[in-house]
Design a protein around this ligand. Structure first.
Ligand code: NAG
Ligand code: NAG
Length: 351
């Protein structure tokens, strides 16, 4: 009897505990930055066209046409492109990256008009750089405007999750006044347009691309680890495709940019166009924890910081002159846990 009662009580206690847990989870969800963006997703054929690799069966669309699989094998990679150009917009996809050994493999989700404006192109990049066994994928973002290729604005990050295990949403917001890169609902980078940036701020209509390709010459440790096709095929999945903004026909380039007022207003009013105080906190936290390289701190390449760089003195300390973060290695053997900065990670480091 007594035993029964006590286990009964334990059960009650557990129930109270789980109710509390549920309440805590619900509260934290409702107040966190993770509420999903209110965006409608497209079928592939509503917004995109195959770009390369499809003839070889390296671009595979799901039967409902809502997801696309890109494949890299020893013959070709693959990619797709938006069927129209966009003059400002919000572009997003949920992506699952290739797993296992992926050194030299590059997945990119980006906007560009390089096929139209050869010397004065604009570009906004998410680049995912594969790695050797046991080392995580790294993500790079970049911004080019009007052919500013000699002024790369790279930032590089680690991730808090394994991007090969499940889908995560990667988004680029591009308005007249700002650019925001998001991972899921966390803004990870904001570029606010300033007069000093001049034409380096992307200002011409762009297409949206998703590609998977062989970056053997640079992607992992500066080319030290090329793609190893023993591990092929490399597979990356894309879903929840979103294209918002002022659509322009690539041939006619109409409507004219000036006629994009309505879609600009809609874009500015959207949830993702505002970095709320909570989102800003999440952004700073992410950048403090996961950013491993910033052009803003790279005094080797850029002795004079860029006008848009918000150089935070406390952050400055964390970065070396190469713009790479100081990695603190705790040595076990030492009695006091001595902190030793590791050697700088070059742009193609395997870390
Ligand atoms: C989501 O967006 C749609 C279409 O823009 C709009 O009609 C709807 O009210 C929005 N829902 C929420 C919860 O904001
Ligand atoms: C973009 O670059 C071209 C070529 O360098 C230059 O002629 C043009 O004035 C630039 N555009 C702007 C808006 O500065």
């Amino acid at each position: 009897m007594a035993g029964f009662r006590s286990s009964d009580r334990r059960r009650q206690f557990l129930t109270v505990q789980s109710v509390l847990l549920v309440v805590v989870v619900v509260l934290s969800l409702s107040s966190s930055v993770s509420a999903a963006f209110n965006v409608s997703t497209l079928r592939f054929d509503e917004g995109f066209s195959p770009l390369f690799g499809h003839g070889n069966g390296n671009l595979i669309r799901s039967s409902d046409d809502k997801s696309v699989r890109l494949v890299l094998d020893r013959y070709t990679g693959s990619g797709f492109i938006s069927s129209d150009l966009y003059h400002h917009g919000f572009f997003s996809a949920s992506i699952k990256l290739p797993s296992d050994y992926t050194a030299g493999v590059v997945v990119a989700f980006y906007t560009s008009n390089g096929d139209i404006f050869k010397d004065t192109h604009d570009e906004l990049d998410f680049e995912f750089l594969g790695n050797v066994h046991g080392k995580p994928w790294r993500i790079q973002t970049n911004v080019y405007g009007n052919g500013s290729t000699s002024r790369g604005r790279e930032e590089r990050y680690r991730l808090s999750f394994d991007p090969t295990k499940e889908f995560h949403r990667y988004s680029i917001l591009w308005t007249e006044t700002r650019i925001i890169f998001y991972i899921d609902e966390i803004p990870i980078r904001e570029v606010v347009r300033s007069a000093a940036m001049g034409a380096d701020y992307p200002s011409k209509p762009m297409s949206i691309y998703a590609t998977l390709w062989d970056g053997s010459t640079w992607a992992t440790a500066g080319g030290k680890f090329p793609v190893n096709y023993k591990y092929a095929p490399f597979v990356s999945d894309f879903s929840n495709l979103v294209l918002r903004g002022c659509r322009m026909d690539p041939i006619q380039q109409s409507p004219a940019a000036a006629d994009c007022a309505a879609s600009s207003a809609e874009l500015s009013a959207a949830d993702y166009a505002t970095i709320t105080p909570e989102r800003r906190r999440a952004m700073l936290k992410f950048r403090h924890k996961y950013m491993t390289y910033s052009y803003c701190y790279d005094t080797w390449r850029y002795p004079t910081a860029f006008p848009e760089c918000d150089v935070i003195p406390s952050e400055r300390v964390r970065f070396q002159e190469s713009g790479n973060v100081n990695v603190v290695v705790r040595r076990r053997r030492s009695k006091r846990s001595r902190q030793v900065p590791a050697v700088g990670m070059g742009s193609g480091s395997a870390i």
